[in-house]
Write a protein that binds this ligand. Structure first.
Ligand code: NAP
Length: 270
């Protein structure tokens, strides 16, 4: 029930109409008994600073930030978490007393939380990361902060070399680089939409994690299971990055299982 007391949170981005964030957040708010509602704001490139000012005037609970605004919002924040400062990218804005803006990046910590959910602790392990885009950079920083040694293979050597805290590996050497790592992470879009192409051919030994969550069971994860390897799907990262936002804004423990169930239902419904 939306009342005169209801407060608003939301996501700014473009495109944003496909976003699962409203399902994840509203499930959490309902379960926690918060008188909040979460909506998607379609804001085109260049509009982030005006959107932040509007959110402040309207006393929003907080804002999630997605493409193409993550870097512009990082510039506009007064305080950045260590992870957001390393990335110069923000996906979570918290409105502090006195009108100050705090920026966090919960994508990477969300990924690490999804690994821990699956019983895998990256501390002291070696990881091979495939791809060098925004998601890969966030995951590399969080894995480094969690104590992992990260190697990154990407088809553009300059992009691989610019991933913070990671050692670049040539894209053509990625298959050989699987030997000796404990975890392989696909941070490319290969496998999205049910494509059968593989970013790497899984061999027994490492755990295989995919950031792609549509479909949940990608060709890489199926091929990994076929050689007896453990797998982690991409929905856990999406759920946990939202759960961390709920925790930042409410101070309460988010209902991760209920959030995941709601996201799975939304994905299944198309
Ligand atoms: P991005 O910034 O566009 O980066 C994509 C990376 O993959 C780039 O390094 C790109 O290389 C590389 N790539 C693309 N197509 C490739 C191909 N055919 N062969 C080899 N490399 C290829 O995208 P992003 O935001 O990092 O997202 C990457 C994936 O993670 C997407 O599938 C996205 O849906 C997923 N994701 C999931 C979550 C989650 O919560 N689970 C969160 C964020 C993103 P070039 O630079 O050479 O194009």
């Amino acid at each position: 029930m939306i009342r005169a007391t209801t407060r608003v949170a939301g996501v700014i981005g473009d495109p944003v109409r496909h976003s699962l964030s409203p399902v994840l957040h509203n499930t959490a708010y309902e379960s926690l008994g918060l008188d909040w509602v979460y909506v998607a704001f379609e804001i085109s490139a260049g509009g982030a600073v005006a959107a932040l000012e509007a959110a402040r005037v309207l006393d929003l609970v907080g804002l999630s930030v997605t493409m193409p605004h993550k870097e512009a919002v990082a510039e506009a924040c007064d305080d950045l978490s260590a992870g957001a400062a390393a990335l110069r990218s923000v996906n979570t804005v918290t409105f502090l007393p006195g009108g100050r803006l705090r920026g966090d990046s919960t994508d990477g910590p969300g990924f690490v939380a999804s690994l821990r959910d699956a019983g895998y602790d990256p501390a002291g392990t070696s990881v091979l990361l495939l791809g060098a885009g925004g998601a890969a950079r966030a995951v590399a920083v969080a894995l480094g902060r969690a104590g992992a040694d990260v190697r990154v293979a990407a088809r553009r050597p300059d992009a691989a070399g610019a991933v913070p805290g990671a050692v670049p590996v040539a894209w053509d050497d990625r298959q050989a680089a699987v030997c000796g790592v404990a975890l392989v992470v696909n941070a490319t879009p290969i496998g999205m939409g049910g494509g059968e192409e593989l970013p790497i051919v899984p061999v027994p030994g490492p755990v295989y994690a995919d950031l792609v969550y549509h479909p949940l069971d990608t060709a890489m994860l199926r091929a990994a299971r076929a050689v007896g390897a453990a797998t982690v799907d991409g929905l856990g990262m999406l759920v946990h990055q939202a759960a961390l936002q709920v925790e930042h804004w409410s101070g309460q423990v988010p209902p991760v299982a209920a959030m995941r169930a709601a996201a799975e239902a939304a994905l299944a419904a198309g």
